[in-house]
Design a protein around this ligand. Sequence first.
Ligand code: 5GP
Length: 188
Amino acid sequence: MNNGLLVVLSGPSGSGKDTVLKGVLEKMDGDAFLSVSMTTRAMRRGEREGVDYFFVSKEQFQKNIENDLMLEYAKYGSNYYGTPIGPVKDVLKSGKTVFLNIEVQGGANIRRLMPEAVQIFIAPPSRDELERRLRKRGTESEECICERLRIAEEEMRRADEYDFVVVNDVLEDAVEEVLSIVKHAVKQ
Ligand code: 5GP
């Protein structure tokens, strides 16, 4: 799409990828942006419209797909999630870095569409730790936690499709690892 770098970050719910990304964005200070996705899932407590997600109905989501407004999208659990194309294009045109925090089907779609994108998978140190983090977060019902753990197992099996796998055991180390991958890719 131009000169900026596109970075895909995937990893199971509970891997801590949102926190890693937050640390990376703070350190990149204005040189990198996070794409705000669109979703049909309900807003969680503390989330903000247009900051965490654009929250839309299934009908609106469908319309955006039909109007070619989405770079990629996927169904995760019973909801749809997708990347609006416009802002990604704008950041890439400006020569800056844009991060997509997306699940593995979306990651595979981007790999086909934009093979030049850097793909990073954030893995938890273990399955037990993943479950502990998901429960500690307290944002999901028991049913939803079980579904997320089931999806996590599928996602972990696809980690080797990514260019890099970063294990998020110590947060600061994971942030530094992602930063070094991105800095290296920007230089190339
Ligand atoms: P959550 O409901 O926990 O916010 O997100 C669930 C999953 O959807 C996470 O793995 C997250 O990375 C992924 N996701 C968020 N936005 C997008 C998107 O725009 N496209 C795709 N394919 N996945 C997304």
